[in-house]
Design a protein around this ligand. Structure first.
Ligand code: CP3
Length: 355
């Protein structure tokens, strides 16, 4: 394996010394880049793009070339897992994901298989991981990912995105055993899937719990966190002689940071609803922190973006264990130049905190 030329991200995840604060961005390979839109067009749609390892590699590496990002993230989607379990997934133009056959009953859940061999139905993702890793040629580390069982379940039960989450919450409250069986199957499938990503070259992992924050404290712990714990417990934690850091990101979950740290993850991903100095005071001696600029700040002019970057860096202050990121994914209508300026600001303004 090629030696990593830039391992700042991995070192920051493990709270080791760095010369500056590393930065990557959720959804950094995406529609705000004309280069991404051109590759998607060439692929003939988003899901086709996900199924082509060569084109996945092309779009995963675009943000490294264009932004100088300190990590690449696998190009895929969280919903390829339910699709591999046999559900019919589509992305209508500008509509978001749809499942034509949502999971609504115990019988539906019982029919779903546990995916214990990621080289079968999800073999194309494993090929994407190997191809990206090969094409990166050691420039920066590669992050693998999954959706959390709860977040995947929301799409599987609702049949797509939702504002009220009425169906998935009805199932949770009225048929908790059905919900638990679904989450168990997802957790075990996803653990095998992530271990497959590690075996094919992923050097860190992020669990996206995008919808954890719609729960109450009690239901979050029972229906989301417990299953992320079940995943973390099954993961390979070392590969190629290095620790594989695990990042847990629950959007809207800033009230539960201590419980998240208790899972044994290495990094907690913050959304922008908490000041990073407060998060650091609460748990920064136990895990590293990732975040946490409001993604809509990228609509502001470059001077305002730089001021915000400086504020977040100052709040974190000196010391190790900060991975700069947005508090959620970059949106499609952000000007590419603003994203470039954001990365430049983090690179330049963070050096003084590491001298
Ligand atoms: O660059 C990266 O971060 C890697 C790729 C990535 C995608 N999706 C590509 C994508 C990652 C990590 C995801 C995760 C994902 N997918 C999440 C969790 C993170 C989050 O944003 O909250 C969720 C909830 C999904 C499900 C999903 N995929 C939705 C709701 C949508 C439609 C909404 C939208 O933004 O259009 C997608 C589509 C999707 N996934 C796109 C990309 C680049 C846009 C598709 C396109 O090109 O038309």
């Amino acid at each position: 394996m090629t030696e990593l030329k830039n391992d700042l991200f991995l070192r920051a995840c493990l709270r080791e010394d760095v010369e500056r604060t590393p930065c990557w961005m959720m959804r950094q390979a995406g529609r705000y880049l004309p280069e991404y839109r051109a590759t998607r067009q060439k692929a003939g749609g988003f899901l086709n793009l996900c199924r082509s390892p060569e084109l996945c590699s092309e779009v995963a590496i675009q943000p490294i070339d264009i932004l100088d990002a300190d990590a690449a993230i696998l190009f895929s989607d969280i919903l390829v897992v339910p699709e591999a379990m046999g559900m019919d997934l589509s992305f209508g133009a500008g509509e978001g994901p749809k499942f034509s056959d949502p999971v609504r009953s115990l019988a539906d859940v019982k029919k779903l298989p546990v995916l214990d061999d990621p080289t079968k139905e999800l073999g194309y993702v494993m090929n994407a991981v190997s191809t990206i890793r090969h094409d990166l040629n050691g420039r920066v580390p590669l992050i693998g990912f999954t959706g959390s069982p709860w977040t995947l379940a929301t799409y599987m039960v609702e049949g797509g995105g939702s504002k009220t989450f009425s169906k998935v919450k009805s199932m949770m409250f009225n048929e908790p055993e059905t919900m638990h069986l679904l989450l168990e199957k997802l957790a075990d499938s996803v653990a095998a899937y992530l271990n497959g990503q590690i075996a094919h070259g992923a050097q860190a992992l992020q669990i996206f719990d995008t919808w954890g924050g719609i729960l109450s404290t009690g239901t979050y712990k029972e229906f989301s966190l417990a299953y992320m714990q079940r995943i973390v417990d099954q993961l390979t934690r070392e590969s190629e002689g290095r620790k594989v850091p695990v990042i847990l990101y629950s959007k809207g979950g800033m009230g539960w940071l201590e419980a998240m740290a208790d899972t044994g993850c290495d990094v907690i991903g913050l959304d922008w609803s908490i000041d990073i100095d407060e998060a650091k005071a609460r748990i920064g001696d136990r895990v590293a922190l990732q975040g946490n600029m409001d993604p809509t700040m990228l609509y502001a002019n470059p001077d305002r973006i730089r001021a915000e970057v400086k504020d977040i860096l100052a709040r974190f202050g000196r010391g190790n264990g900060h991975v700069f990121n947005l508090g959620h994914g970059i949106t499609p209508d952000v000007p590419k130049e603003h994203a470039i300026e954001f990365f430049k600001a983090v690179r330049e303004e963070s050096v003084c905190y590491h001298q």
